[in-house]
Design a binder for this molecule. Structure first.
Ligand SMILES: [Zn+2]
Length: 217
């Protein structure tokens, strides 16, 4: 049974095949290519998505086999756009776009935006000169990020697909590396903005309680 996160409504839903399976001209490296339209089973959505499958062997019973196929790729794909509360709006919006790129396999785009987010985070705290890795070092010196985060930045850098490398168009960018760099960006935002905001909120609520108590007492 075909189930996926619907690219329209974002809900994990069963996709019911609503057309016949169409065989389309093969793509290089794949013997057979099939497409069919499906309908999202979320009652509030019910929109159509296109499923496609590339495979080495042909289907003998296309409709049944495609409905059971676990390798279906979906169009539209689900685009992730997480919200970053407590992060300055422009930086948060850019971070959200980095995730959107990652979710559609635009790995270089994701990495370019993740780098821009880390740069902007440093700049927000007055760190404007030097290479990105030295900015990360200085964010650590300023007490904005933990030692382990600084170490990870250097490890990502040594791993080849560095967070601070300039020649994005010149190098391969496997999904794994892009995911690691976006995850690193998330960690930076968490440490620099979101974590402290949560602590300030906790502090404010404690303060309010104290004031209430002293009024009552
Ligand atoms: Zn849907």
């Amino acid at each position: 049974m075909a189930t996926t996160v619907c690219g329209w409504c974002g809900i994990n839903a069963h996709m019911a095949m609503v057309t016949d399976v169409t065989q389309v001209p093969k793509r290089e490296g794949f013997g057979y290519a099939y497409m069919a339209a499906f309908r999202c089973s979320n009652e509030l959505c019910q929109r159509l998505v296109v499923g496609r499958v590339f495979r080495g062997t042909n289907y003998t019973s296309p409709k049944r086999e495609m409905a059971e196929d676990l390798e279906i790729q979906w169009e539209p794909a689900q685009v992730r756009r997480p919200h970053f509360p407590d992060v300055p709006p422009q930086i948060g919006a850019t971070a959200s776009e980095a995730h959107a790129c990652l979710s559609i396999g635009a790995h270089r785009g994701a990495v370019a935006l993740a780098r821009a987010v880390v740069e902007a985070t440093a700049k927000f705290h007055g760190i404007t000169s030097g290479a990105l890795v030295s900015k990360i070092d200085r964010m650590h010196e300023a007490g904005l990020i933990r030692e382990i985060t600084r170490e990870v930045a250097h490890e990502i850098r040594q791993g080849g697909n560095e967070i601070a490398h300039g020649d994005l168009a010149d190098e391969p960018m496997p999904a794994e590396d892009a995911e690691a760099i976006v995850e690193f960006m998330d960690a930076i935002l968490q440490e620099v903005f979101q974590g402290p905001a949560r602590m300030k909120d906790l502090q404010r609520r404690r303060q309010e309680r104290k004031e209430r108590n002293s009024e009552q007492g």
